[in-house]
Design a protein around this ligand. Sequence first.
Ligand SMILES: Cc1ncc(C[n+]2csc(CCOP(=O)(O)OP(=O)(O)O)c2C)c(N)n1
Ligand SMILES: [Mg+2]
Length: 564
Amino acid sequence: MPTSKRTEPSPSSPASTFATALLGEFVRSGVTDVVLSPGSRSQSLALAAAQFERAGLLRLRLRIDERSAGFLALGLAAEAGRPVLLVVTSGTAVAELHPAVLEAAHSGVPLIVLSADRPAELRGIGSNQTTVQQGIFGDAPEKSWDVPAAVGDPGEEQAARELVAEVLTGINGVRHVNLAFREPLSSPQLLPDIEPGEWRVAEAPLEVLELRPGPGTVVVAGTGAGTEAESAARALGAPLLAEVSSGARFGPNLVAAYREVMTAGNFGDRVERVVVFGHPTLSREVPALIQRDGVETIVVRGSGRETYNPGHRVTRFADAVSIADDPAALDASRGWVGRWVMTSRAILEGLDDAAPGAALTDDHRERAAFALTQLEALRAPVTRRSLALAAWNASWPHDRLVLASSRLIRELDRVAPGKKIPVHANRGLAGIDGTIATGIGIALAQQLGGGTADARGITRVLLGDLAMLHDAGSLAFGVGEERPNIQLIVGNDGGGTIFDGLEVAGTADAALLDRVLLTPQRVDLQALAAAYGWEYRKVANRGQLDPALTPTPGQVLIEVPLER
Ligand SMILES: Cc1ncc(C[n+]2csc(CCOP(=O)(O)OP(=O)(O)O)c2C)c(N)n1
Ligand SMILES: [Mg+2]
């Protein structure tokens, strides 16, 4: 075998000088994480990043598939609340980032893409691995730069530092920096002396709207709403219609069965004012309510690319709301909130067919009958509802729950009781892609530093089988890559059964529907887990469900067969 031959020491490379200055300035500005995929044109950035990692100044993660890298960075940034750098080479490598770039743009997660490109003289002439990278993500990035190749002029390091300042100023989504590199593409560099900085969010001037409490108001919390929506609901004396992905599904004002209460109870008819936090995507009832005549809607802007405005019927937008202190008005709304909350509780209790109390009786026949029922319940097949609730119930504030786009998040949204736990979902565009990589990013940021690090926590990802297969490549960890404690809980119904719930299922030919929408699959998930070095657990009945969700160290794929 030929041994790899080291060429003559290359002349000092302006590419490396520039790349080192650039990354050094990111470190100084409080950026801590880089996700990188290998390539030649990007070598100066990659080698500099590895040196900063070695010096303990950056955390570096490698992924061979840029699509995985993109979603991994998205998860890291979403959990840590700090921008994450993505470094990729030229050509299709850049395009692989597009799904994560779109999701980040629509959900307002800060990502910085550093794509390597050919210099001007090699563009547009059919050079290898060269396409038009400037503007490749359309209008998804908040800002883009096309930076000419460094040539070794004095002042280029200063220019790199100024570029970093520009890139970070006011970042609220994706920033794309396309960087041309000319040969020699790298040379060994000494790291400059650098003090890592603290990440600081620039305080943008806020438009704060003052609201008064009073009956007739509801608060809607969609994905990304956070705990602020819950406190606003309490201060307003308003029922809290909080989606399960909102991070606000808790508290005394929670209306967990909000969809049923709005429709069956006709409560929606009495709503006069809606205050929206986050991005609601899980019901039809909420957008219908906002579009009803006589309803005033206030939307608290999130950080995503677009502002929520169903039917263009939103009355007012604000960056934040403050709530007037008015005890009399708050008092007047007690009955209003109470009716919503009680009706929701009654609906949820009606769903629960267990007969509590029988276990406590003194009658031994009754007790035996109860025990038998319990035993049968343990042997029963797992339903979507029991699966989703088990994942919800198993999770605590030091854990993370990641909800994929599938029937399971919708089922959970109907029944999850109030609980203050951190939930994450890629609802910016609700893709079934990148779920595993996003979950790994969240878990890494949460458990190994970079976020609200808490080593006790585990991340549970609740996903469907198609979402699982879509992102199977993200199960791969390279040698030496950090691995978090994570459970992938796969509800396997052999295809995309979410479509069974759509109108089309009632009108289309069943076989055609299966062929093109359900897309049945029978992949061996156990073998897949084994191939990637993940532990595998199978849940054959309800009795096995809770034990399988017990947190253990490592990466676990939990397969739960579900009936279509
Ligand atoms: C990238 C992407 N492709 C296609 C879709 C459309 N889509 C939404 S749900 C779904 C099926 C999901 O199937 P599965 O993950 O098994 O979940 P289930 O609905 O069966 O619970 C598809 C294909 C999407 N949201 N994102
Ligand atoms: Mg499925």
